[in-house]
Design a protein around this ligand. Structure first.
Ligand SMILES: *Cc1c(COP(=O)(O)O)cnc(C)c1O
Length: 428
C-alpha cells in the first residue's frame, strides 16, 4: 500500500478497517481529560470494559454459593478453565487439550523446565537468545545450577553480529548445529521483548529436533500478537503471560502449551500438586499422583478463578475479532504505517534521528516497533508522554511503540508521528 502522512489518509484507513469498532471495548487511561494514545500493549494490555462484569459474575457465584461454587452455579469453578481453553487454543494454534491457564509466567517456565530440561551425560546444554528477558535468564541459570551444572558451560547464548541488533536465523541454526549432541534444550523467545524481532520458530524447532534436543518457547510477546501454530510446528512446550497482548490485567494468569506427543510419556517428570491429579478422581484424595491427561496434568494448585475471569473477558473479544488472523492483517498494516511515519519524521528532520531496530519485514516482527533515539532520548520519550502518547522506555535510548490492532487506530499512528516531529524540532 502507498501510505500518506496526513490525518485524512489515516482516518480513511480507519474507516475501511473492519475491526475499528473493537476499540470501543476497551478503557483508555486519561491525562488532562484526554485519553492517551496507548502504544504500550506489549507491556500491559488495556482493560476490557467487560472485565468488571466477568469478575462480578464470579464474586456473585462466591457470594451465592460459597464453597458450593466449585460445582454449582452457571459456570462451576471446577470446570471454568475448560471454557478458556477452547478460546485460547486458536490464538496459539493448539488443541484445547494442549493448553491450560495456570500460575504466572516465570513459575510456569520453571515447572516446564522441570519436565523438559532433563540433562544427562554429555547432553546438558541450553541454547537461548542473548539478551533474553531477565526473568528467563534467571530462571534458566537457576535451573542449570539446580541440576549441578555451571551456567557458563551449559548456557549457550546466540547474539547478534557486531553492529547489528537482531539475530540472523542462520546464526541460530548454526549454533544449534555446532553444539549438536550436547544440547538438551533449545529455549527461545517467540518475539524478543527489546527489538520486537519474531524469530523463525519452525526453523528453530526443526534444527533443535535434528540435534536431538527438546524445543520450547517463551511466548510472552508473541501470544495474541502474531499467528502461532504450536502444534503443527511440532514445538514441545511453551508458556506465555496473558497480560500483555491479551489484556488480562496486571499479574494476570499465565498459560502453558504441551504438545500432545508428550501426553503418553510415562517417564515424564513434573512437580505435581493436587489440581494436576486426574480430574474424575481428584476428590478421592488418594495416595500416589496420577496426572490428568493433557496440559491440565501440569496444574499444581486449585484454579485461580478471579484472574481467569479477567482473561476470559479479553478472550471473548478475540473471539469477536475472529481470533488472530484478522488481527494480524491489521497489525501488519498498522506497524508498516508506523515505520513509514517515522521515516517521514526522519526525512523532515534531515537525518535519521530515529533508527528503527525492529525488522522491517512483516514476517520477522509483531506489533512492536523499537526505536533508538539519537538525541535526548529520555526527553523525547517524556515529551511524548506529556503529549498523551504512552509508549515504553528501555535504557539507554530505546522507545518501544506497539500499535495493537484490537484498540489502536491509524490515526493514533499518524498523530504519534506528528508529535514526534514537533518534539524533535523543539528539543533538538
Ligand atoms: C513479560 C515477560 C516475563 C514476565 O514474567 P512474569 O513471571 O509474568 O513476571 C517473562 N518473560 C518474558 C520473555 C517476558 O516478556
Amino acid at each position: 500500500m502507498i501510505f500518506e502522512n496526513n490525518l485524512a489518509f489515516a482516518q480513511s484507513l480507519d474507516q475501511q478497517d473492519p475491526l475499528s469498532a473493537l476499540r470501543n471495548e476497551f478503557l483508555f487511561p486519561q491525562q488532562n481529560g484526554k485519553p492517551f494514545i496507548y502504544l504500550c500493549g506489549n507491556s500491559l494490555g488495556l482493560q476490557p470494559k467487560s472485565a468488571k462484569q466477568y469478575v462480578e459474575e464470579q464474586l456473585g457465584n462466591w457470594q451465592n454459593h460459597a464453597v458450593e461454587g466449585w460445582f454449582e452455579g452457571d459456570s462451576p469453578w471446577m470446570f471454568y478453565h475448560k471454557t478458556l481453553k477452547e478460546l485460547m487454543a486458536p490464538i496459539v494454534g493448539a488443541s484445547p487439550q494442549e493448553v491450560c491457564p495456570m500460575n504466572t509466567l516465570t513459575v510456569n517456565l520453571h515447572l516446564l523446565m522441570v519436565s523438559f530440561y532433563r540433562p544427562s551425560g554429555g547432553r546438558f546444554k541450553i541454547i537461548m537468545e542473548a539478551g533474553a528477558f531477565p526473568s528467563d535468564q534467571y530462571a534458566i541459570e537457576s535451573q542449570v545450577r539446580f541440576h549441578g551444572y555451571d551456567p557458563r558451560e551449559a548456557i549457550i547464548e546466540v547474539a547478534p553480529r557486531s553492529g547489528e541488533y537482531t539475530l540472523r536465523t542462520e546464526d541460530i541454526l548454526k549454533a544449534i548445529a555446532d553444539q549438536g549432541e550436547e544440547i538438551a534444550l533449545v529455549l527461545f523467545g517467540g518475539v524478543n521483548y527489546f527489538t520486537g524481532q519474531w524469530y523463525d520458530m519452525p526453523a528453530i524447532t526443526k534444527a533443535g529436533h535434528e540435534a536431538g534436543a527438546i524445543v520450547g518457547f517463551d511466548l510472552a510477546h508473541a501470544a495474541g500478537n502474531v499467528p502461532l501454530k504450536l502444534h503443527d510446528w511440532d514445538i514441545d512446550f511453551a508458556c506465555w503471560c496473558s497480560y500483555k497482548y491479551q489484556n488480562s490485567g496486571p499479574g494476570g494468569i499465565s498459560a502453558i502449551f504441551v504438545h500432545e506427543k508428550h501426553f503418553q510419556d510415562e517417564q515424564m517428570q513434573r512437580f505435581a500438586g493436587w489440581w494436576g491429579y486426574q480430574e474424575a478422581q481428584r476428590f478421592k484424595m488418594t495416595k500416589g499422583f496420577v496426572p490428568e491427561a493433557g496440559a491440565d496434568g501440569w496444574q499444581v494448585s486449585c484454579t485461580q478463578v478471579i484472574p481467569m475471569s479477567l482473561y476470559y473477558a479479553s478472550l471473548r473479544i478475540f473471539e469477536k475479532a475472529g481470533f488472530i488472523e484478522p488481527l494480524r492483517e491489521k497489525s501488519i498494516q498498522l506497524s508498516a504505517y508506523l515505520f513509514y511515519v517515522i521515516g517521514e519524521v526522519n526525512k523532515s528532520l534531515g537525518e535519521e534521528q530515529y533508527q528503527i531496530i525492529t525488522p522491517a519485514t512483516a514476517a520477522d516482527r509483531g506489533a512492536q516497533v523499537s526505536i533508538v533515539a539519537k538525541y535526548k532520548a529520555k526527553e523525547v520519550f517524556n515529551a511524548l508522554m506529556a503529549n498523551n502518547v504512552l509508549g515504553d522506555w528501555r535504557e539507554p535510548n530505546v522507545i518501544r511503540l506497539s500499535p495493537v490492532p484490537l484498540y489502536n487506530s491509524f490515526e493514533d499512528v499518524y498523530t504519534t508521528g506528528e508529535h514526534l516531529l514537533n518534539i524533535s524540532k523543539s528539543l533538538i
